[in-house]
Design a protein around this ligand. Structure first.
Ligand code: SD4
Length: 339
């Protein structure tokens, strides 16, 4: 049964639907007022928060850039693309774009994906020598019949589209790699506090949602390794009727639970963004033999109503949130409270 139909029939049969006073105007406001039998969660927020931008980690400039695009009447897709480009160009961020830490052979390879309000998706995986892979992912989405391009093919496509070739390995990341090589520990390094992979979700004044995610992946990964960030439903998922989610942290764990898709589907079933993020983290940590003490995963989510959620396994995950003209960095709640 189509969702709209289900909601209507739920209203008729009293299947837990509550309709607020301001809910006559548009469909998404009606959706936000759904109280599900499964969770008993009711949205009390009848006026949607718009525009809104949320992004993983301490990324004030990226979020501000995206917010400005929206304030100036730009598209929500432009907003997330422009926001992510800020982090890609930030050489200090060592897990995204230029200055990203390389793989164990010393090559910086980037992954990115983007989703628009129509559910279109584009991604590039394992790309060398191109800084703005988020824009390249958008070109894949808009200018090719495909959704993903990988490695050399993606790089060739970039040059065809006028992207500049550049060395992404900075002196600082080269030095870090050389130090790592001394011991060359096989274990993927994923620290808990300082990531900068950026996953960004935005809603424009009409309530349309887009998302983007860009990373250099795990530091010192095996050559050819791809994480969750460019994979639809893993590092990012957007459904314009429901909301969006994005992930950061150990991509292997996000992929095994299809984290961002899971969060959006949980919101579809009536969970708040916060409840959905918490459930997605639980799916990882409560697996038998989960090694969660040794890795971090963090999620952000937003629903159509502009309610947001964030949750991580360990302390120190934060996100930037722009809403009602304020741009704040907020510490996320987390699962592992034992020190
Ligand atoms: C990955 N999720 O490639 C990315 C890594 C990350 O901050 O988020 N780093 O698995």
């Amino acid at each position: 049964m189509k969702r709209r139909k289900f909601i209507q029939s739920a209203a008729l049969t009293g299947l837990g639907l509550t309709v607020g006073t301001a809910l006559t105007a548009c469909e998404d406001e009606k959706n936000a007022a759904v109280k599900t039998a499964a969770t008993g969660t009711t949205s009390t927020n009848t006026k949607p928060v718009r525009p809104l931008v949320i992004a993983t980690w301490n990324t004030p400039l990226a979020v501000e850039t995206a917010a400005k695009v929206l304030q100036n009447g730009g598209s929500v897709l432009d907003a997330v693309e422009q926001g992510c480009r800020i982090e890609e160009a930030n050489e200090k961020g060592q897990s995204v774009g230029k200055g990203g830490l390389p793989d164990r052979d010393g090559n910086v390879t980037l992954d990115a994906c983007i989703m628009d309000k129509h559910g279109n998706y584009g991604a590039v995986l394992g790309v060398k020598n191109i800084m703005h892979v988020i824009s390249l992912a958008r070109k894949v989405m808009e200018d090719t019949p495909h959704v993903m391009l990988v490695g050399e093919g993606a790089e060739k496509f970039a040059y065809e589209k006028g992207f500049k070739k550049e060395d992404l390995l900075t002196e600082a990341s080269k030095k870090a790699w050389e130090e790592w090589k001394v011991k060359s520990e096989y274990k993927p390094i994923i620290n808990i506090e300082n990531h900068d992979t950026i996953g960004m979700l935005a809603i424009d004044k009409n309530g349309d949602i887009s998302g983007a995610c860009t990373t250099s992946g795990l530091a010192y990964k095996m050559a050819g390794r791809v994480g969750d960030s460019p994979i639809i439903g893993g590092g990012l998922f957007v459904d314009n009727e429901i909301g969006g989610a994005s992930a950061t942290g150990l991509g292997e764990e996000v992929l095994k639970t299809v984290g961002s898709f899971l969060i959006v589907e949980l919101m579809r079933q009536g969970k708040s963004p916060q409840e959905a993020c918490e459930e997605a983290i639980r799916r990882i940590v409560e697996k038998p033999n989960s090694d969660f003490k040794n890795f971090q995963v963090g999620y952000i989510a937003v629903n159509k109503q502009g309610e947001t959620g964030a949750y991580s396994i360990h302390e120190y995950f934060s996100y930037n949130l722009y809403k009602e003209k304020e741009n704040k960095n907020i510490q996320s709640d987390f699962y592992n409270k034992t020190k």
